[in-house]
Design a protein around this ligand. Sequence first.
Ligand code: PRP
Ligand code: URA
Length: 241
Amino acid sequence: YEGGRHDQRLDKIKDKEFSKGERDTSCETNTNNGKLILVDHPLVQHKVSIIRDKNTSVKEFRELVQEIAGLMAYETTRTLALEPIDVETPITRTVGKTLQGKKLAVVPVLRAGLGMVEGILRLIPNAKVGHVGLYRDPETLEPVEYYCKLPNDIQERDIFILDPMLATGGSAVAAIDLVKRQGGKKISLVNLIAAPEGVRRVHASHPEIDIYVAALDEKLNDHGYIVPGLGDAGDRLFGTK
Ligand code: PRP
Ligand code: URA
């Protein structure tokens, strides 16, 4: 993008779709109105700055990605339905609240999405885990599918597709396509860092999807990397290059 034109497009995304950790309740009834939700909690923002730093070690990067994913889970699970449950405390009987229905599935996009799974399972240990294997062709930047295994009751679950990076959006769109093809219905996308181009592409193909991000960056560079971004998330998580 050329400077001015890009800025305009970014502003448009921010004004029209951006919701800073707040929920527009109308989006929960309008199935074609997926939101971009920034998880702007100070702890999340602090940790994102550390993973951006090129001098952060593989060990620290890994730990922080899990921590950020866990912290983001407070926001991503905010609208889960609850139902009453009878509880007997040491003092008396009472009615508490419990998660309703079949609960959750998390679906990391291999490889880098794996880095977010444990952080979420620490809070939601009964979530089932599906896997989608995609890599981005370095020439065309288009996703290549190599694996897909999802829980067989996926159609009954709230599904969170996990990938630290939303760049061109090709991988996210392909992952959502795969999950929908296997019956997935209630799908959200959880990314640490997104480019405006990726957000637009996902909402163009899947307008009802909520996208949770810890940061919305400026743009993509000529190689399809997010600027400023954090480099190659998979390489930084697994120490490859
Ligand atoms: C990265 C990242 C996303 C994808 C984002 O994975 O984890 O899956 O690129 O780019 P896109 O939005 O332009 O599709 P990569 O293809 O490098 O594979 P890896 O996780 O195996 O390293
Ligand atoms: N994939 C990454 O890991 N990083 C980017 O910046 C873009 C795609």
